[in-house]
Design a binder for this molecule. Structure first.
Ligand SMILES: Cc1cc2nc3c(=O)[nH]c(=O)nc-3n(C[C@H](O)[C@H](O)[C@H](O)COP(=O)(O)OP(=O)(O)OC[C@H]3O[C@@H](n4cnc5c(N)ncnc54)[C@H](O)[C@@H]3O)c2cc1C
Length: 457
């Protein structure tokens, strides 16, 4: 282990919780192995670009291994679009290197500043989940450093239980050192897009169902402060990859352009009073206006990553930070349940802001992967008095509806709520006991929700 590494306060994207952690920056697989082996009793946890909102990449009692320096491409087979790269490679790097060659990440979340290790460990999903599934769908195999110090190649054929326990396993089965994944061939860097303005929740859910049958990419924003008959009003954005012959002549001149505009920085945390019911109403109205604007073609930067235009936009929530609460509930009775959940949020007195409503497709074999077929809703809340109580109330409603919350976003879930939300948890625990009996890999999240530590059964 690197000698004399001082603790520093770090957090996930929500800046809550913030914990003093010993952070190591290994430069090679060998250094990762050495740092993991030298970790104190509190164990080790891998960290990518820290875009999970809560505490899955924090460990105040052990060490945090920041893997972003393991960022090399290893090989690329153009014929099969198969890329092997180190786990710290980000989607931003892949876009920059491969879009000009006509390839795109097969699955992408709403930010490109995520690593391949982080995408596998949270089994992230994107706007096309109903068609493409989760990130694991494009992963052929990965190399995993186990607690024993051994490095194993894991795939659906080679130790399938370990493959699926690592997918969505929030870093607790070992450290992914490199991965082999398939990219998506594209003709252009542009998307054909459509915005549908909708007046209420029933109309919104109908519009999503109708458009999901026609478009692979689909995501809705709702006005989180609307209640009563207006509850669920918002904008549904749908789209598809634009083929070359569909592009207007001006865009056809450089169809595979990589054009990340220089990001605008939010230089410091805004004071807490900046977010209040009045500013929130104005911001939400402005956001709805922007989304409902037309324009048939959008570059992937605008289509997938509008928030990446602002560096450190999380500072806008102030020093106390924020959380993103994301749940999924089954389709059956989903409308009524969703209405109750949205009403509870709108009337909570909290200050809800950015949000996403979407219909997810079927689940996969990973016991801790979040998505299953149903309605998902994700919403940001600044940390404030009463928020934890609201999240616990929502947890109970979600559980009652047969749903679950997303560990990659969560900050408050308790250990009692996890097993009923993730009914295949025992299969995951079996693999964890096999590959890491002494719990060398653990995090603040894993101890909190009982995946490790005294609350683990
Ligand atoms: C603006 C924004 C939009 C987002 N949109 C979406 C979305 O649409 N869909 C979605 O699913 N998520 C979304 N997310 C969440 C984000 O995609 C995930 O949290 C992702 O896992 C973050 O990747 P990371 O590299 O930052 O990992 P981190 O946040 O640093 O770590 C996440 C988890 O991965 C583990 N991990 C990281 N690297 C490794 C490794 N090499 N080996 C083993 N474990 C590892 C960590 O231990 C931790 O448990 C969004 C986040 C933001 C900020």
């Amino acid at each position: 282990m690197e000698p004399g590494v001082a603790k520093k306060r770090i957090a996930g994207w929500g800046n809550y919780p913030r914990l003093a952690c010993e952070v190591h920056h290994p430069q090679s697989a060998r250094e990762v192995r050495r740092a993991a082996a030298g970790a104190p009793a509190g164990g080790a946890i891998a960290r990518g670009l820290g875009r999970s909102y809560g505490d899955p990449a924090l460990n105040a009692d052990g060490v945090v291994l920041d893997l972003t320096d393991l960022d090399r491409f290893v090989s690329f087979d153009e014929a099969t679009a198969t890329l092997t790269c180190e786990a710290g490679v980000s989607l931003a790097q892949i876009l920059e290197a491969f879009v000009p060659r006509g390839f795109f990440p097969a699955i992408t979340p709403g930010t490109k500043h995520v690593t391949i290790g982080g995408c596998i460990a949270n089994d992230v999903h994107g706007k096309a989940h109903h068609v493409d599934g989760c990130f694991s769908r494009c992963v052929d195999s990965f190399e995993l450093l186990l607690a024993s110090g051994e490095v194993v190649t894991v795939s659906r054929e080679q130790d399938a239980p370990l493959f699926w326990a690592t997918v969505g396993g929030v870093g607790l089965t070992g450290i992914i050192l490199r991965a082999t994944l398939r990219l998506r061939p594209i003709e252009t860097a542009y998307f054909h897009k459509r915005a549908v303005v909708v007046d209420d929740l029933d109309a919104m859910l109908d519009a999503i169902a109708e458009n999901d049958a026609r478009y692979p990419y689909s995501v809705a924003w709702i006005d989180p402060l609307a209640t009563g008959r207006s509850l669920g009003r918002g904008v549904l954005s749908v789209g598809d990859h634009a083929p070359l012959d569909a592009l207007p002549a001006k865009l056809r001149r450089a169809p595979l352009k990589v054009s990340a505009p220089p990001a605008i920085d939010v230089p410091f945390e805004l004071p807490d009073f900046a977010l209040n019911p009045v500013t929130l109403r104005i911001l939400n109205a402005a956001f709805g206006q922007i989304l409902s604007r037309g324009g048939a073609f959008a570059h992937y930067e605008d289509f997938f990553y509008p928030l990446d235009m602002f560096d450190h936009w999380n500072r806008g929530y102030g020093a106390r930070g924020f959380t993103q609460y994301q749940f999924v509930i089954p389709l059956e009775d989903g409308r009524r349940r969703m209405r109750e959940l949205l009403e509870t949020i709108a009337r909570s007195g909290q200050l809800p802001f950015l949000n996403v409503l979407k219909r997810l497709g079927p689940s996969n074999d990973a016991p801790l992967s979040f998505p299953f077929e149903g309605w998902t809703f994700a919403i940001d809340f600044p940390i404030a008095r009463g928020l934890e109580d609201l999240c616990r109330r929502l947890d109970r409603m979600v559980l009652d509806a047969g749903g679950r919350v997303y560990l990659g976003k969560d900050a408050f879930l308790d250990a009692a709520s996890l097993p009923p939300m993730y009914p295949r948890l025992d299969a995951w625990r079996e693999v964890k006991r096999r590959v890491d009996p002494d719990e060398r890999f653990r995090s603040h999240l894993s101890d909190r929700v009982g995946l490790t530590g005294p609350l683990a059964r």
